[in-house]
Design a protein around this ligand. Sequence first.
Ligand SMILES: Cc1cc2nc3c(=O)[nH]c(=O)nc-3n(C[C@H](O)[C@H](O)[C@H](O)COP(=O)(O)O)c2cc1C
Length: 287
Amino acid sequence: MNISKIHAVYFSPCRSTAALTRAIADRAAEELKVPVEYYDFTLSKNRKNLTEFSSDELVIFGMPTYAGRIPNLILPIVQNAFQGNDALAVPVVTFGNRSYDNSLLELRNELEKKGFHTVAGGAFVSRHVFTDKVGAGRPDDADVAFVQDFAVKIAEKVSGLKEIPEPIAVPAKGHDKSNFVAASVDAKIGPYYTPLDEYGNPAMFLKATPVTDTQKCSRCSICARVCPMDAISTKDVTVMVGTCIKCQACVKRCPDKAKSFDDPAFLSHVKMLEENFSSPVEPEIYI
Ligand SMILES: Cc1cc2nc3c(=O)[nH]c(=O)nc-3n(C[C@H](O)[C@H](O)[C@H](O)COP(=O)(O)O)c2cc1C
């Protein structure tokens, strides 16, 4: 199949998904000798218009895993802001070394429903944005090499395609490869993962929001400008004016290190992650 352009499309508050999605698109474009374009829909200002693709294009579509699925408040954007028009696509999810559960399956299905044809899929480990101790140092050199190899395989597969293939088979929760979900895009997606606390009980931190250390904060308002939900007031960054999805963009990108989460249930979940999910897990590709 002839491809005229590759797009890297991604939602990525803390930039790992952006880096991995772009690396795959760049390497595949190099192999296919076609141009590459990036489309970052993390910020609300970049989601105002419908973005359409065409049948001679390949879209590498990257999303982070939140609670084992694609972020629930961003799902409507995936559903409404893009139209595949028979473009080929590769769903790519990142996850913070716990599990991607059903995020890859969910993204595959959403892309298929929007007129994309999925030809491969991948789930890649990156540091968990809640703590540097989980997924520490990921993606590392081995991950980068793995991603490059995946991109080469995508390019080979796409070049050899004579007709539109069936949707790529990816596993459902548990990553049980013997239990691949059949190609139906209407496959039921499992529930969201319930975060646990250090004692194994549900950790309820849905209402948690970042706190501001006013001694450190220089009022630069970068936190408000990097928030994908426009949840932080630009006039007074200590005030929340929208829904926080706990993506950690404000925490990670504050130059004064003035933002943090002090919610006890959130911190207990982080402790649980550090105690149980620090051993490195492997990325997975489906092609
Ligand atoms: C609200 C929230 C929920 C998350 N849930 C999971 C999860 O269920 N499993 C997992 O392994 N990582 C989880 N993570 C970690 C992210 O998937 C991971 O850090 C991702 O690479 C962040 O992408 P970004 O750097 O592009 O923002 C979660 C992160 C956030 C913010």
